[in-house]
Ligand binder design. Sequence first.
Ligand code: NAD
Ligand code: UFG
Length: 337
Amino acid sequence: MAVKSILVTGGLGFIGSHTCVTLAQAGFRLAIVDNLSNAKRSVLDRIRALAQGEIDFHEADIRDRPALDRAIGRAAVDAVIHFAGLKAVGESVEKPLLYYDNNVGGTVTLMQAMAAAGVRRMVFSSSATVYGEPIRLPITEDHPLRPQSPYGQTKLIVEQMLADEARADDRFRYAALRYFNPIGAHPSGGLGEDPNGIPNNLLPFVSQVATGLRPAVRVFGQDYDTHDGTGVRDYIHVMDLAAGHLAALRFLEAANASVTVNLGTGNGYSVLDVIRAYERASGRPIPVDMSPRRPGDVASCYAAPALAAERLGWRAQFGIDEMCRDAWAWARKNSGS
Ligand code: NAD
Ligand code: UFG
């Protein structure tokens, strides 16, 4: 079936906004639903400035069924890309019910609205966090699934809901995309990651040190069993992730099947590797503050990316230097430094 019109939940967020640009440029009509809980309305103008095309916006919560029905009905939606969700691991430990309500309850409501409207294609933002502590590397999709936080549980439960729905309705198809560590920004500098408050994640923190907003990056742990003792992750350019969603949609148009795949590069970089790459990209020194390990962190986590290449024909194109270059262009423009 040909997909022309897409409902994008969470489309004003970090990954959603970049994906909307890629999809609009590929000719899809988009209707974004976002409750602005972790996004600014001005992102819509940024998306529209980068991509021509029809982009409708509904300020609404995915738990609001009538609002979803209106958005789906008005746009004659063929497929849904479901980014909307809360994503802070630590907060999910403190407020598990908030996470189950938003991420699981919200997805139940969304899938009910889809079923009522006969929409049977979904691309879902899953996470490498469903694997829990890696028992072998690189992580293949058949690695045991043992999420360590309520956030991770919500991702696994939604994956299971999708599989159950596909079993119950053989016309329903989905792509569950397990992202590794998305970073970077749109190469134009017109769109990027803009977290509220003190960033939890490494890259936005490094950017704020480079622009002078914070004095130093705290490096959490130097005694891991890695090449330089600091934690190793599979960082992936957000524009590569955006392309992965386009490939997943094409797969759902053509194949008579669903798919669950890693979206990663297969390369692991340490905290210090990333900081050095950012220094090269920005030409600025990034002071570090060697700090204790952060509870819950693992030494290394990186993907086996072969299944996504085989099933979706998708491979990451960008390396760590391009990720840091684009993150810096955005940070610099956004901070005026
Ligand atoms: P983000 O917070 O920037 O984007 C999520 C968007 O969803 C935000 O714009 C927010 O306002 C919206 N939203 C949240 N709850 C909503 C609700 N109930 N109704 C309507 N809108 C709602 O996060 P992101 O980094 O772009 O992540 C997108 C998705 O990818 C999330 O589901 C996240 O769990 C998943 N993911 C992210 C990462 C990462 O490191 N960024 C890694 C793996 C998976
Ligand atoms: N780190 C620092 N200093 C910081 C922030 C992070 O040294 O200020 C280190 C961490 O210890 C880790 C690495 O940088 O070694 C990456 O940390 P992030 O917080 O950027 O990312 P995580 O790998 O911990 O987590 C991310 C997402 C989670 C998701 C997980 C797996 O934030 O939501 O990837 O997909 F579950």
